[in-house]
Unconditional design. Sequence first.
Length: 393
Amino acid sequence: MKNFYFYSPTEILFGKRTEEETGRLAKKWGATKVLIVYGGGSVVRSGLLERVENNLEAEGIEFEELGGVKPNPRLSLAREGVKKAIDFGADFVLALGGGSAIDTAKGIALGIANPDTDIWEFWNGKEVKKSAPVGVILTISAAGSETSDSAVLTDETTLKKKGLSTDFNRPKFAIMNPELTYSLPKYQIACGVVDIMMHTLERYFSPVKGNHMTDEIAEGLLRNMIVYGPKGYANPVDYEAMSEIMWAGSLSHNNLTGLGRSRQFPVHNMGHEFSANYDAAHGASLSALWGTWALYVYKFDVSRFAHYAKAVWQIEETDPEKAALRGIDKTVEFFSSLDMPVTIGQLLESGPVDEKELETYADNVTNFDKQPLGTFLPLTRADVLAIYRSANI
């Protein structure tokens, strides 16, 4: 096996009614004043917010609320949260929701621990040396942020969407009750399924050979999503299906499915341009681009794509190139079966974008051709632009 580093310290409580342990866990991690971060009204309407606050109160923990988190979470709200947390004296941040709420909470936690630094400096390369503790009650299975080291924010003034990876981002605990996902719209479930699969696919296609145990884990997770993703999409109150989706989301982005492999997410980076500029759903931006990316790069390592086709899709084809292409087709067909877009034209209500926009996006993701994108086949600006053009239908 290749060398790797693995650190996944998040304490996980999985199953029904686990949110009743919130106060105990927060107290265990030293919380005395908690800033609760959440999105829209669903946690209010469902009664979850009230139950959590009652639970914290029972443990003698004070709290303040910060609602209003949106998909593709905004830097401005995270900054607002930092100020609110510091004024309140918060020593713990609790996220209720999915990746957007969690990533906002992670940004706020960095601000609490580093009050003299604007948090965006960390996303622009400043070294992270400390952060306040974060806890999570997960209500959307998708981003995997509940156990990951990453956080993604969007600066809405410049339309730059960036990720920050540091072990200081890892939550102290994650409460995962699949029943809390029952009220999700089907579109959001489908976006989550795509995002979960893509977190593993982006790690899976790497130039690093070996690490077969990592492959087995990754392939098993993908096969599981192929079975349970459609079941959860068809019936959002199927506990078994929503359980499998939720657990896969965490495993897919805590680095377990990529151990010993290089990590750089080309499709994610290309998709960020559309979620930042059009507020497109993150998972949808990935399904819109993956097939075109795969067709562009597969010849670099046909055997890898052929192996994927057999191990994940059970495609029995002796010709490696035919197998590789069939595996790509099956993946795109799967995304389509969940009513996910597989082209830019399907992703955006306005349809395909103009050439100048694509050129701007290619400049952004390659830093004007100074920084190759991805590691499976490092992409130049011309490569990225070619992929965008092919998907722009």
